[in-house]
Structures are given as structure tokens and as C-alpha cells.
Design a protein around this ligand. Structure first.
Ligand SMILES: Cc1cc2nc3c(=O)[nH]c(=O)nc-3n(C[C@H](O)[C@H](O)[C@H](O)COP(=O)(O)OP(=O)(O)OC[C@H]3O[C@@H](n4cnc5c(N)ncnc54)[C@H](O)[C@@H]3O)c2cc1C
Length: 375
């Protein structure tokens, strides 16, 4: 690996893979560096697996634009490639006193280009899901669920068919960035390896912000603090109560403890929001109390003892507790001045839904970088 490479992507999560695929399809020779032995082992496999419509995000934010565009691209891709998924639709349910917030949510959705929502009365919601208690709701037909591992495999197949490669068990330890090609120091083999690349995409997920501290040449004033918001899930034992996804009204840090389905129809609830100092994934069974209270606000029939600890994921946040949610940050040389470097920061939800649109966005940014001669 002594010669200069064309493009390196750090991280084989869903977003890193989608970026690598998009670059490879545009003719770039791409190498993905991943510290685990398999793809999509971190946030990409510790989420709700939901294809979001694009309702919640401020108009013209990257989250809104990339989610709406990415959702359409993702359905098309999955249908074409036979990736397991289901367009099951979701209900957002509002309790007494939340109807105004629900109207604002529908207005937000329209601004974002989500035009297929249907406003429902409480009785209208119960036509879809008889067990729900609520005052009003929204039916969102374009929401769905996906098998993330099948999606990862389909992205890898395209990447490899276009000549790209993934080096697993390879940790990017540090880098030098600046005016010329990026120079990376990688661990994993018998000896550390140095790699040079004209384009470097930092898609390291939960580690992306901290990794920049080890990029010599990256401007110190742009360094950020990484915040981590863990989301726990509990699975539901026994009968399957819902055929659609069910979401309460969102709160400041997340979408509320919602009911999602997997492709077999099994139900799980989550994620809550628990701020942690560093990523960790143990689910404390005592958290079930918080879940029972929250779920019974819209599904009163939830039986005692029905919830079992499931799994957890961690959101890579750019702002801490109480702050307004940050947008995705996708920064190229026009922001930080380092040739050929693109950072993907704070790629929390709806990153899975947006992955193909993020890939195309980064590939066009990388094309512009190369055309300007700065990459
Ligand atoms: C609880 C929760 C629920 C969510 N639900 C949804 C949802 O329903 N729908 C949706 O659209 N989005 C959802 N998301 C968001 C979505 O999961 C993420 O946006 C997406 O998975 C991010 O993918 P990624 O590739 O950026 O990051 P990751 O999947 O974290 O991948 C980053 C990769 O980088 C690797 N890496 C890190 N550092 C290094 C290094 N130094 N050297 C080599 N490799 C390195 C890691 O090993 C990892 O594989 C959710 C997120 C959470 C936490």
C-alpha cells in the first residue's frame, strides 16, 4: 500500500459503504478501512431499521433533503436488488393537548416534500390499529422497514463490482491532512501501515468527531465535542399487537419510544434517550419502568412483564442535552481547507434512510473538489 490511492473511506457502516459505492460507480478507485471483521457492526445495526418519510426535520436542512431524496432512492434500489424490506406505513399518535403539535408536524412534512400524510381522528387511527388510545393521528404510508445486513451486502456487491475493496480489522490511528494527499497511519496487520490518498472520507460514525483530533493539519478551532445519546430497546413477548409502526409525538432528543416491527412482524419498543459518556450497549432491565409508562400512554393494554431487554444503539450527537438537534454536518475543503478531506459528522437518524443520497452528495462534492484542483 505504498503508492498513493485515489479514495479512502474510513468506516464500513451503511453510510460509509454507500459513499464508497457512489465514488466507485463514478470511476474512483476506493478502499474502505474498517476496524471490525464485518461491515455494519456499530450504529448501522443498532437502530430501528426504519425507512423514514422525512417529516420531522427543519425545512431545507440536510436531514430533510437527504432523507426525502434518500428514501425514494432506497426503495428503488431495494426493489431492483431484492433487498428485504416492507413499506408497512406508520401512525404518529397524539394525545389530548397534542393536536396542535401534530398539525405543525404535518405542516413541516409538507414543507419537506412529504405530501402523502393523512390526518386522522382518534377513531380513524383505530381503524388501522384498534388497540391504540389517542386523540388524533397521522397516517404515513411511505414509511417502511429494511433488513440492514442485506442492504449492506447489496452496497458491498456494487462497490466490489466497480473495483472497490474493503480492508477489515484495520484501525485508522491518525492522519496528516493539509495541502497535498492525506497520509494515514493504520494498525491491524503485523506492522503499522502508512497509506496516502487523494480523497479521504471520514465516515467513522461515533468515532468521527474524536478521530479529527488525531488528524494533524485539521484546524483546531473546528474541533468539536462528541456527545453520545444511547437508545435502549425492549422487545415484546407474546402476541403481535400491531401491523404498522406506531410513534408517539417526538421529543427534543428523539422520536419518542415507538413500536417498530422487524420483517417477521415481531414488535420492539424504543429507543429512549440516555446520555452516556462513551458508547456502551448494555440494556439495564430496570429501564423497563420508563418504557411501560410511556408505551401505555398510547397502548394501555400492555401487560405487566411483557417487555424483555433487547439491544441498544448510540446516537452520534453534535450537541448535548437540552440543545436543539443539530443537522448532519458534511464538510469538505471549502470549510476546513484540507485538500481532499470530507468529514461526515453527527450522522444520526435519518442516516440509514439517507445513505444513498449522502453517498451521491459526497461523490458530487468529491468531484467538485477534484475539478477545482484542491483534491
Ligand atoms: C438508536 C438509534 C436508532 C436509529 N434509527 C434509525 C432509523 O430507524 N432510521 C434511520 O434512517 N436511521 C436511524 N438511525 C441512524 C442510523 O443508524 C445511522 O445514521 C447510520 O447507521 C450511520 O451509519 P454510519 O456508517 O455513519 O456509522 P456506523 O454504522 O457507526 O459506522 C461507522 C464505522 O466506522 C468504523 N470506524 C470507526 N472508527 C474507525 C477507525 N478509526 N478505523 C477504522 N474504522 C473505524 C466503525 O467500526 C463503524 O463500522 C438510528 C440511530 C440510532 C443510534
Amino acid at each position: 500500500m505504498d503508492d498513493q490511492l485515489d479514495a479512502v473511506v474510513i468506516g464500513a457502516g451503511i453510510v460509509g459503504l454507500a459513499v464508497a459505492r457512489a465514488l466507485a460507480l463514478r470511476g474512483r478507485a476506493v478502499l474502505v478501512l474498517e476496524r471490525h471483521a464485518l461491515p455494519a457492526q456499530e450504529t448501522s445495526s443498532r437502530n430501528s431499521g426504519v425507512i423514514h418519510s422525512g417529516i420531522y426535520y427543519p425545512a431545507s436542512s440536510l436531514k430533510a433533503r437527504l432523507c426525502v431524496a434518500g428514501r425514494a432512492r432506497l426503495y428503488e434500489f431495494m426493489e431492483h436488488r431484492g433487498v428485504a424490506h416492507r413499506r408497512c406505513g406508520k401512525l404518529i399518535v397524539a394525545q389530548e393537548g397534542q393536536q396542535r403539535a401534530l398539525e405543525l408536524l404535518q405542516r413541516q412534512a409538507l414543507q419537506n416534500g412529504v405530501t402523502d400524510l393523512v390526518a386522522l381522528s382518534g377513531a380513524g387511527v383505530r381503524d388501522y390499529e384498534p388497540a391504540l388510545r389517542c386523540a388524533a393521528g397521522l397516517w404515513c404510508p411511505s414509511t417502511g422497514i429494511v433488513d440492514v445486513h442485506e442492504l449492506a451486502q447489496a452496497l458491498i456487491a456494487d462497490l466490489e463490482a466497480a473495483g472497490g475493496t474493503i480492508a477489515y480489522r484495520t484501525v485508522v490511528q491518525s492522519a496528516r491532512v493539509g495541502t497535498g494527499a492525506a497520509r494515514l497511519l493504520c494498525l491491524g496487520g503485523d506492522e503499522p501501515v502508512e497509506i496516502e490518498s487523494a480523497l479521504l472520507v471520514n465516515a467513522a460514525g461515533l468515532a468521527a468527531v474524536e478521530l479529527l483530533r488525531r488528524f494533524a493539519g485539521y484546524p483546531a478551532p473546528l474541533l468539536r465535542t462528541a456527545w453520545f445519546a444511547k437508545g435502549n430497546y425492549f422487545s415484546l413477548a407474546g402476541a403481535k399487537p400491531f401491523r404498522h409502526l406506531v410513534y408517539p409525538m417526538p421529543d427534543e432528543a428523539g422520536l419518542g419510544i415507538h413500536a417498530t416491527l422487524d420483517l417477521d412482524g415481531a414488535t420492539r419498543f424504543g429507543p429512549n434517550v440516555e446520555w452516556v459518556d462513551r458508547p456502551e450497549y448494555a440494556v439495564d432491565p430496570r429501564k423497563a419502568d420508563e418504557f411501560y409508562g410511556s408505551i401505555r400512554s398510547y397502548w394501555p393494554d400492555l401487560a405487566d412483564g411483557a417487555l424483555q431487554p433487547g439491544y441498544a444503539g448510540v446516537r452520534p450527537k453534535l450537541v448535548g442535552p437540552g440543545a436543539k438537534a443539530a443537522d448532519f454536518v458534511i464538510e469538505g475543503p471549502e470549510v476546513h481547507g484540507c485538500a481532499g478531506l470530507v468529514n461526515l459528522l453527527g450522522i444520526e437518524s435519518p442516516g440509514l434512510t439517507s445513505c444513498l443520497a449522502i453517498g451521491e452528495y459526497v461523490a458530487s462534492l468529491a468531484g467538485a473538489v477534484a475539478e477545482n484542483g484542491t483534491g
